[in-house]
Each structure stands twice: as C-alpha cells, then as structure tokens.
Design a protein around this ligand. Structure first.
Ligand SMILES: Nc1ncnc2c1ncn2[C@@H]1O[C@H](COP(=O)(O)OP(=O)(O)OP(=O)(O)O)[C@@H](O)[C@H]1O
Length: 309
C-alpha cells in the first residue's frame, strides 16, 4: 500500500499541491484524474523521486519512503509523460540502455528484454531503429523501458496521449496483465473513459487538491445521479409537472431520480394514462466526467478522448 500524507509542493511561491492525502491499495489500478495543470505529474514525480523538495510523508508498505529512496526506486517503474528514447538506436538497444540504468545485467537483462518485447508486442521490430517507429510504438517501448527491472509498482503519466487505437489496446492489455500479476498501477489521465475502463480505484485532483478518492464503484455510487430521459409527441414540461427535477435535454426531458426504476415505472404509467406513446424512454446514468464537473465546476479535458480514436 502507498500512503501519502499532507504532501505539499510549491513552484516558487505558487502551490502545485496542497495537503494531499491519498491511499493507494496494493495490487490496485489507481487512476489519478484531473484536468491539465491539476498537479498529477508533480505528484508522480514526487513518488518516483524526481522531485525531492516537497513537504509531507510517503509510506510504501508502512515503511517511510524518504531516506531509503534507492531501494524503493527499485520497486517502481516510471513512464513519464514525454517519450524518452534514443531514436538512433534499435528497440533492443534502447532496452539494454535502460536495463543497465536500472542495474539489470547479463543473462537476467537478456531474459527481461525478451519478456518485455513480448509484453509490449514489439518482438518482431526489436532490430528496427526507433526513428522508424509510430508514436504508439514509441509509447509502448517507453513503457517497456520502465519494466526491465521487474518493478511491483508501475507509474504511468498519461501514457495514451496521441497514440493510435491499436497501441492504446496494447497498453491497456499490458496494464491489465501487470495488475493481474498482483502489481500496483498508478495511472494519470484526463480521459475519464479510460479510467472507468482500467482502474478499480480513483483519486480526483483539481488545482492541487484531492477532492475525492476511493474505490471506483464507491465513488460512482456516492455521486452518481440517475435520470430518466423521455421524448415524444405530446410530452411537455407541463405534462411532467408531477415529477421533481425535470430539465429540458436534447429533444426531450431529463427527470433526475435517486430511485430510477420506480420513476421509470411512474413515468410509463403516467404516459399510458394520457395515451401517449414515447419515442424514447430510457434510463441514463451520469458518467465519471459528469461527477467531476459537478464536484469542481471544471471540465476534465481540453480535447476529446474520442477525437483521438
Ligand atoms: N517546473 C515547473 N515550474 C513551475 N511551475 C510548474 C512546473 N511544473 C509544473 N508547474 C505548474 O504546476 C501546476 C501543476 O502542474 P502538473 O504538470 O503537475 O499538472 P498535470 O495535472 O500533470 O497537468 P498535465 O495534464 O497538463 O500534465 C501547473 O500549474 C503547472 O503550470
């Protein structure tokens, strides 16, 4: 388990992180979610020891993190937001370079490189120069470089920005297999759909402050507001006056409800009594992104995840 307590970081006089308390359970896939500039990268850099001038305490499996960072760093694989590869070398030579940086040598290094090449799906391109790779292939190799020392904690800072759908799928499979082997994944993103798909725990961060955290399903249950959407000829706000929380939406109306199935039944009966057949009558649930916006008033992304597909 990773525990962060009262973490604070200033850039000059500007606070980037304020009183961060986070618990990341062992063998979880933890999504650190927030808009651009929220503080995700700063927090990750603190965790991997790139940033050392911060306040607060970190514990990994109850042991204080500061003081024995070298030993701890051996347990962490870090994939930074910016791709860090030597373009004039082949994929295998890049892996050799990074393996040595992590202190992996000899037969062990060759074994790890073969395993990692399989995992990242680049075995058939191991002898190609990185300069000939697509953005997605470079991302996968970048992730592979962080896995050579066989860490049990993997920290990935927005690893799917600008990658093709095939590489995104490969990255997701890699993360699943890492987690299925009992390892911990910390994954930052401002793409909510990815986080809902990949992570079992989340932390919302906004303007350097953690505003919500916990099991994904508990966070959803705490904040998810269900609605009934109804649309059709003869359906008006006036017709729905007996229901609370009615708002206009698209071509029809949304009725907010804590008991959506009962409300759905009530709406069906009400319309049947008026002999109105709706064109659409459906249950709709707020997504993680809607919850984030509700909690902060801040949109999560500046461009759509779907736009990258
Ligand atoms: N080296 C730095 N010097 C000064 N300010 C910085 C530095 N790095 C980050 N910041 C500022 O700290 C805040 C948090 O930045 P950070 O990169 O941690 O956010 P982020 O959530 O990772 O954003 P993004 O999704 O855009 O990477 C931002 O206001 C940013 O401008």
């Amino acid at each position: 388990m990773i525990q962060l307590h009262a973490i604070e970081k200033l850039y000059g006089k500007q606070p980037a992180l304020q009183q961060i308390d986070l618990t990341i359970p062992k063998a979880s896939s933890f999504g650190l979610v927030g808009p651009n500039g929220a503080g995700k990268s700063t927090l990750m850099k603190i965790l991997v020891g790139v940033i050392e001038d911060y306040k607060g305490q970190i514990k990994i499996d109850s042991a204080p993190y500061v003081g024995n960072q070298t030993a701890m760093k051996q347990r962490i694989g870090y994939v930074p937001q910016d791709i860090c590869l030597e373009e004039t070398l082949t994929a295998r030579d890049n892996l050799i370079l990074f393996g040595r940086l992590y202190g992996v040598k000899g037969k062990k290094l060759q074994e790890r490189i073969n395993a990692v090449l399989e995992l990242i799906g680049l075995k058939d391109r191991e002898k190609s120069l990185v300069s000939t790779f697509s953005g997605g292939m470079k991302r996968r190799l970048n992730i592979g470089c962080a896995l050579l020392h066989d860490p049990d904690i993997m920290i990935l800072d927005e690893p799917t920005v600008g990658v093709d759908p095939q590489s995104r799928r490969a990255i997701f499979e890699m993360i699943h297999s890492f987690k299925n082997n009992g390892k911990t994944v910390i994954y930052s993103s401002h793409y909510m759909e990815e986080v809902e798909q990949l992570c079992d725990h989340i932390g919302f961060i906004d303007r350097g402050v953690v505003i919500e955290q916990g099991k994904l399903r508990d966070v959803l249950a705490r904040h998810r507001q269900s609605s009934i959407y109804v649309e059709g000829k003869g359906i008006s706000k006036q017709l729905l006056t007996g229901f609370e929380g009615v708002t206009e939406h698209e071509e029809g109306y949304l009725i907010e409800s804590q008991t959506p199935l009962q409300t759905l039944e009530a709406v069906t009966c009400h319309l049947a009594k008026k002999a109105i057949l709706p064109a659409r009558l459906e249950l709709s649930q707020a997504k993680l992104e809607d919850i984030f916006i509700k909690l902060t008033g801040t949109p999560l992304r500046d461009n759509g995840w779907e736009a990258q597909q």
